[in-house]
Design a protein around this ligand. Structure first.
Ligand SMILES: [Zn+2]
Ligand SMILES: [Zn+2]
Length: 156
């Protein structure tokens, strides 16, 4: 994917909340935690970690939902209540966008999986790296390097 393909758009179920990103995700993930199972009404949530400065809301007013802090702020469409993105308090260089919101959900394949200890017994995801909990901040640069290396190959 070239930079000419950006900005790249997405929206919630009803279309009232529109987002765009101006750079590719640095990492993709599936989270199997019980919170994500409940909030996504599914087996796991999907995340595309995007540099915060490359993310913006272009239409609509996102509202907080989910846990309303203190460590995470989950943002939803006020009308259809789709969970569109998450900001992690104290880790504001990235925004976790739900990749199924993108017009073409090309970044939905998870490179890592987190909270595998809560994974439902029938679930298999093609993640290259599996964590029983979450990767540490020290793990992230290595994971991002590996992710961008494989992205270069798959999109060449
Ligand atoms: Zn909506
Ligand atoms: Zn989770």
């Amino acid at each position: 994917m070239s930079l000419l393909d950006f900005p790249y758009g997405g929206h919630c179920r009803c279309g009232a909340l529109r987002i765009e990103i101006s750079a590719p995700p640095v990492l993709t993930a599936a989270c199997h935690c019980r919170g994500c199972q409940r909030m996504s009404a599914s087996a796991f949530s999907l995340t595309a970690m995007v540099p915060a400065k490359a993310f913006r809301v272009v239409e609509g007013e996102p509202v907080k939902g989910g846990m309303h802090g203190p460590t995470l702020d989950h943002y939803f469409c006020a009308n259809c209540k789709s969970w569109v993105f998450t900001r992690i308090v104290g880790f504001d260089v990235f925004v976790n966008v739900r990749p199924t919101m993108f017009d073409d959900p090309k970044w939905s394949e998870p490179f890592i999986e987190t909270m595998a200890r809560d994974k439902l017994p029938w679930v298999t995801v093609p993640a290259k790296h599996s964590y029983e909990g979450f990767p540490t901040l020290e793990d992230l640069p290595r994971l991002m390097d590996a992710f961008s290396a494989q992205r270069g190959v798959s999109e060449a």
